[in-house]
Design a protein around this ligand. Structure first.
Ligand SMILES: *[C@@H]1O[C@H](CO)[C@@H](O)[C@H](O)[C@H]1NC(C)=O
Ligand SMILES: *[C@@H]1O[C@H](CO)[C@@H](O)[C@H](O)[C@H]1NC(C)=O
Ligand SMILES: *[C@@H]1O[C@H](CO)[C@@H](O)[C@H](O)[C@H]1NC(C)=O
Length: 201
């Protein structure tokens, strides 16, 4: 009973924290140079094919830009071409609310020199068109800069992922609904518990 109450309070606090540190994508500088191995239009098989990524600091930027960088996180992001009729996946400037980059690839400590990493496209990645984005994080984990393999309009160098048979993007909606459902049922149990407690007095 106490643990349930505790869980609900911590969920609530983490929601509050997530919204109080609003960082917008448009406020970030593109100081990270990021390249990925797939050719434009290449089709990769989820669970099989590999992406080789390289990132480093753009050294032609004014010096000192990277003094606050602590880590780099690299993410697989949906390209707008697959967003045509999916309003729920529209790009939102506030990063905490943006659903563009939903698949974490890797997080590594930041260095200004080239880092190379090879990633096998995970089995659960839905079939769609993608690009890769890297964020520089400060010591508080806040996104402070970025780099991506496509242009600002997200139209160049896109590649596709072919899903493991049967897996479709709509499963993502199902999982969002499911997590909302879990939170609601948690509340449900909490109140049922409370009632039970009262009636047995
Ligand atoms: C991807 O990398 C893994 C591990 O490094 C390797 O076993 C696999 O053969 C690679 N896949 C392809 C399609 O090259
Ligand atoms: C690095 O930054 C400079 C200055 O903003 C820019 O002109 C150049 O295109 C960038 N290089 C890369 C590879 O992104
Ligand atoms: C990273 O690699 C690119 C090309 O592969 C090279 O031009 C650049 O100098 C390298 N940067 C660093 C900081 O080593």
């Amino acid at each position: 009973m106490a643990t349930k109450a505790c869980l609900i309070v911590s969920l609530w606090i983490s929601c509050l924290l997530a919204t109080s540190h609003a960082t917008t994508f448009s406020s970030l500088q593109r100081t990270i140079v990021l390249t990925a191995s797939p050719q434009a239009g290449q089709v990769l098989k989820a669970g099989e094919d590999n992406i080789t990524l390289t990132w480093s600091l753009n050294t032609t930027f004014p010096s000192g830009t990277d003094s606050t960088y602590k880590d780099v996180t690299v993410e697989l992001c949906y390209a707008p071409i697959s967003q045509k009729d999916r309003g729920w996946r529209k790009t939102v400037d506030e990063l905490a609310k943006d659903k563009t980059c939903q698949h974490n690839i890797v997080k590594k400590p930041y260095t200004s020199s080239n880092i190379t990493f090879t990633w096998t496209v995970r089995k659960d990645v839905p079939g769609a068109t993608y690009f890769v984005r890297a964020y520089a994080l400060d010591s508080a984990g806040k996104k402070v800069a970025f780099g991506q393999t496509t242009d600002a309009h997200k139209t160049t160098n896109l590649f596709e992922v072919e899903a493991v048979t049967g897996r479709h993007v709509s499963l993502d909606i199902a999982s969002v609904c499911f997590s909302a459902f879990s939170i609601f049922s948690l509340f449900g149990f909490f109140f049922m518990d409370k009632r039970k407690g009262k009636s047995s007095k």
